[in-house]
Design a protein around this ligand. Sequence first.
Ligand SMILES: [Zn+2]
Length: 272
Amino acid sequence: MQRRTFLKTAGIAGGLMAVSPLLGLANANRDNDFPMMDLHVHTTNEFTIDDIVNIAKKTNIQFGIMDHPGFAIKTDADLKNYIDKLRPYPVYIGLQPMSPGWSKSFSPELLSQVDYVLMDPQTIPKGNGYNETLQIWEFDTYVDNADTFMEHYMAHTMDVLNCNDPLTIFGWPLFLPVCIARDYYTLWTKERMQQIISAAKKRNIAIEINDMSHTPHEEFIHMAKAQGLKFTFGSDTRDHKAGRLDYCKYIAKKCNLKREDFYIPQRIIRKG
Ligand SMILES: [Zn+2]
């Protein structure tokens, strides 16, 4: 009996020591100090826009939907259909093209109706010594030489960031193929990170904090923030995991990101 009382008291005292009430309150406020948006979600036949809207209602997370020009969206008619289908829903409408030069297939007028464009550098033409086009999200991505790969990856990243197409968000930043992922902190030198930040800065391109890949890391976020870049949260999900954003929330809090550090699409969305 005595022991139980002691444990209970010790537990309370320990709790008070760990988090002083004032500090706890400040942390709680800080939790809500960034916009809870997942701007990178895809629909499928099994995971529909209605499923996404249901998650949004339950969690109060604002979603932005993505689809790929060049695949499902090839022509102005396809793009118009995509926009018209999503317009009645309380979501942002985004595009995720796969390679530079994509916007030539669409009229500027129609493109201006899209809320934002995200591009990632994951499809790398001639990415290895075998002149293969790499899709680096695939676990069997073949890297013959890490240094040569990084040269090709950086060159392709610059092609993406410097493209002549509209670009709002740089997605999947610093992600590496599985076979060299253990060398992340060595391969991402300050110089390489700075090259990406400078190119993004030139066009005011925001950086996606990617929930699936847990990238980028703290140092990159601090560097980008210090130079005035904005961030977004993106899950790249196409199922019920949409909007979880655990890594995004964790690293944003750790880096002390605030509301003003985030890119927020301009269109006002009315929630019905
Ligand atoms: Zn995606």
